[in-house]
Write a protein of this length. Structure first.
Length: 446
RNA sequence: UCCUCGCUAGCUCAAUUGGCAGAGCGGGCGGCUGUUAACCGCUAGGUUCGAGGUUCGAGUCCUCGGCGAGGAGCCA
């Protein structure tokens, strides 16, 4: 008996194989029972004929409840009628071991469910082909990102999740007691620590959960999400964009190569992803602003006009980002945002202090911002001035400022939101499905 | 915080003008050798989110509250 993984089933055509898994669906048809079995790596149809099994066994198979655990052995056959991920192959049940007969009150039937019910049952929902596929793509996004960085001289350098006094207002930070030291806060970014790390390691990245207590209630926000943050010494804004487009391209290629059955199960139009290749278009904030102002002025529908309202100096809202992504089939860089709407540590544009060397990467098809980054201020005096202007506590930034005194160089970095990238690649419209157990303003269960 | 919508069987939903609370799925029993979220027959299953009000009569109308969704704002 050869134990196989369903994702490799094509290799075993004509051979006897064993799969271990769970009954996702059962259809009985008189003397014939179809079991759609999940084994974690895929979904495969197993067919039991009454004549092949002892009568009491067949009878048990015919009544096997959804989600029962089984070990099935039999020959693998190619059959175009067989559903599954990947489909096209099925196993004839010659032997079946029933590890557990599931209770009959499994809450998630295979019909439609409302969002709230599905999320209350997230611990079961992840068994569904759609959710399973999305989370497999997520894992590949994460693996591909590490793979590219690790092979391009970046050192993985974890940054703390418990952090001291807030770098900015405490309103969006989750707070916790920290022994006798007062308050600690869950990290919103590892960037400041990454900036320390590059002066030891040159090119680094951190990759972990980040926490934002924003009262955002949209399809693009979670309170706990995973962010990849590379930071590079001796790197300006142009070089940063090159790194971003190389990384994103690699991720897209890997997902296309390794997650084809999952994308197919999600009915993703992969031709849109196959077309992604660097260099990505670059557009200045000024150009984007001109375009959006023109769009705003020409809009006649009052409701839409209100949403598209724009003037130079504003940050983009979701509707603006959507309009900008419609201009290209590729991800698009928007660089040179107004200093006033960006963070204090961004390097000013030479000769134009009202603009800074920041860049956002917007995914196509209306997905919007997937990466945000900038060249950082490398001059001590300028950074100190900025910290004071923002009214930030100087003492908390002592170590950060000191980095500018000993070997400071131009450096840049960015953050990539794993959930937003995954949502884009999967073609789904809400990022809560791209993380196993989403945390939103209204949900910390399960 | 604001705007809009929703809450009826385990799930997804229906219920005409205020007039007997229903269907599909899921569960049970039975049938069928190619099902694809199978199909067919039978069957069990209800505090209509909560409190109060109007009315002969409220799932439906009114008031207050709760919960959720979509969007906006917010958002390194």
């Amino acid at each position: 008996m050869t134990l196989i993984r369903v994702e490799d089933i094509a290799k075993y055509e004509g051979q006897e194989a064993t799969v271990r898994g769970w009954v996702y669906n059962r259809t009985d048809k008189g003397k014939l029972v179809f079991l759609l079995v999940r084994d974690g790596s895929g979904f495969v149809q197993c067919v039991a004929f009454k004549g092949d099994l002892e009568e009491h066994v067949f009878d048990q198979v015919m009544r096997l409840p959804q989600e029962s655990a089984v070990v099935i052995t039999g020959p693998v056959r190619a059959d175009g009628r067989a559903p599954g991920i990947p489909g096209g192959y099925e196993i004839s049940v010659k032997d079946i071991q029933i590890v557990q007969v599931a209770d009959l009150d499994y809450p998630m039937s295979l019909k439609e469910h409302g969002v709230d019910f599905a999320l209350d049952n997230r611990h079961f929902w992840i068994r569904f082909p759609s959710q399973w596929s999305i989370l497999r793509v997520r894992a590949t996004v994460m693996a591909a990102a590490r793979e590219w960085l690790d092979s391009h001289g970046f050192i993985a350098m974890d940054t703390p999740i418990l952090t001291p006094a807030a770098a900015e207002g405490t309103t969006t930070l989750f707070e916790t007691e920290y022994f006798d030291e007062g308050k600690a806060y869950l990290a919103q970014t590892g960037q400041l620590y990454n900036e320390a790390n590059i002066f030891a390691f040159g090119k680094v990245y951190c990759f972990g959960p980040t926490f934002r207590a924003e009262k955002s209630k949209t399809r693009r926000h979670l309170t706990e999400f995973w962010m990849l943050e590379p930071e590079i010494a001796f790197c300006d804004l142009d070089e940063l964009m090159e790194i971003e487009e190389q990384l994103i391209t690699h991720i897209v290629q890997r997902v296309l190569r390794d997650r084809q059955p999952e994308l197919c199960a999600l009915k993703r139009d992969t031709s849109k992803l196959e077309a992604i290749r660097p260099p990505f278009p670059r557009m200045s904030y000024d150009q984007a602003a001109d375009y959006l102002i023109d769009l705003y002025q020409r809009e006649t529908d009052p409701e839409r006009k209100e949403l598209l309202k724009f003037e130079w100096g504003m940050d983009f809202g979701a509707p603006h980002e959507v309009e900008l992504t419609k201009l290209h089939d590729q991800p698009v860089f928007i660089y040179g945002y107004p200093t006033a709407v960006k963070a204090f540590y961004m390097e000013p544009w030479p000769g134009r202090p009202e603009v800074c060397k920041s860049v956002d990467l917007l995914a196509p098809e209306g997905y919007g911002e997937i990466c945000g980054g900038s060249e950082r201020i490398s001059d001590y005096t300028l950074l100190l001035e900025r910290i004071r202007k923002e009214g930030l506590p100087e003492s908390a930034f002592k170590w950060y400022l000191e980095l500018r005194k000993y070997g400071s160089v131009p450096h840049s970095g960015f953050g990539m939101g794993v959930e937003r990238v995954t949502a884009w690649l999967c073609g789904i419209d809400h990022i809560r499905e791209t993380i196993p157990f989403p945390r939103t303003i209204k949900r910390v269960y399960p």
